[in-house]
Design a protein around this ligand. Structure first.
Ligand code: SIN
Length: 311
């Protein structure tokens, strides 16, 4: 029987398989660890952490949509001090590969967070979330403009030191995602996370008011998968040497394979986890099977295959 090298690399870091959690959908992994060993997945990507504890937006914070979900959490979290004291040691103890997601209210805060994380043991990469749609001020969605996107990344780059790869998480809510990708690559990222949620709204027909307390929210789930595939394809075509962690509506192995063929070096699973906490394991196994069925012996040969086949 043929075998598959299922490992993947993001910059200098190797992961045993390419299926990760998506930031925000599994906190720091504690809840999921009831269902499987965190070491069985490629990496845990933590909920974006900020400099201070934050309560997030007013409720309701979630609404269902056709084939999707709208969330308006507002970056709720314990803040970097508690995270470093409580969550990182727990993840290390549980043999998880850890990608820490960070979010700042301004450019300087990204630098502060990078400085706090730079010498912490047990972290494989930093995801710089510059694309959270659930902030009061749209000007804080740094990923919507190339200058603000690169300023946030430069702040991290100046402060991170060492060898920790920087992954910038981009928003699909832009005219040209390739332009934003170019700006953060020039600012020194080692990889990209594509895509964050799309800004959306649901209106309740009984109250005739927006369903979410924060009015708008981020749309995720199968409804956005074609947007993710398109963004990954476009960016990989222009920057084939920049690894992409793909995400957006992946709920089975076929969906994951689609993102890989478009150009993703790893795939994060988010919304599917809410319906089935073991989704990430099932998707890992299904992807492995699908790759073997298609004659791949090395996962990395499948990355961006759709470009090779169509050119
Ligand atoms: C949130 O906490 O509001 C979601 C974070 C994100 O989408 O980046």
């Amino acid at each position: 029987m043929s075998t598959l090298d299922f490992s993947t690399k993001i910059a200098s870091k190797r992961f045993s398989n390419p299926i990760f959690t998506a930031s925000g959908c599994a906190s720091s992994g504690q809840e999921l660890s009831q269902f499987f060993q965190l070491s069985e997945i490629g990496a845990v990507v933590t909920k974006s952490i900020m400099t201070k504890a934050r309560n997030g937006r007013i409720t309701p914070r979630m609404a269902e949509t056709p084939s999707g979900m709208l969330n308006s959490i507002g970056l709720q979290g314990p803040g970097i001090d508690v995270f470093l004291e409580r969550d990182i040691p727990w993840l290390v103890e549980n043999n998880a590969k850890v990608i820490v997601s960070i979010a700042g209210e301004n450019v300087d805060e990204y630098g502060v967070l990078a400085r706090r994380l730079r010498s912490v043991q047990g972290i494989s990469a930093i995801e710089v979330n510059i694309s959270c749609p659930n902030v009061e001020n749209r000007g804080q969605v740094f990923a919507c403009h190339p200058d603000t996107a690169s300023a946030a990344i430069e702040s991290v780059r100046r402060n991170i030191g060492g060898e920790l790869p920087i992954i910038a998480k981009l928003s699909p809510d832009v005219t040209d995602i390739v332009e934003i990708a170019r700006s953060v690559i020039n600012a020194g990222v080692d990889g990209l996370a594509l895509i964050n949620t799309l800004l959306g709204m649901v209106i309740d027909l009984n109250t005739m008011q927006p369903k979410l307390g924060g009015k708008t929210g981020g749309l995720s789930g199968p409804a956005i998968r074609p947007v993710a595939v398109r963004a990954i394809y476009q960016v990989h075509q222009m920057f084939p040497n920049t690894p992409i962690v793909g995400m957006g509506g992946v709920s089975n192995g076929r969906d994951a394979l689609e993102l890989v063929l478009a150009g993703a070096s790893a795939v994060s699973v988010g919304t599917a986890t809410f319906g089935d906490p073991t989704a990430v394991i099932k998707i890992r196994d299904e992807l492995q099977m699908l790759l073997l069925e298609r004659g791949f012996n090395d996962f990395r040969d499948a990355i961006g295959f759709a470009h090779r086949a169509s050119s």
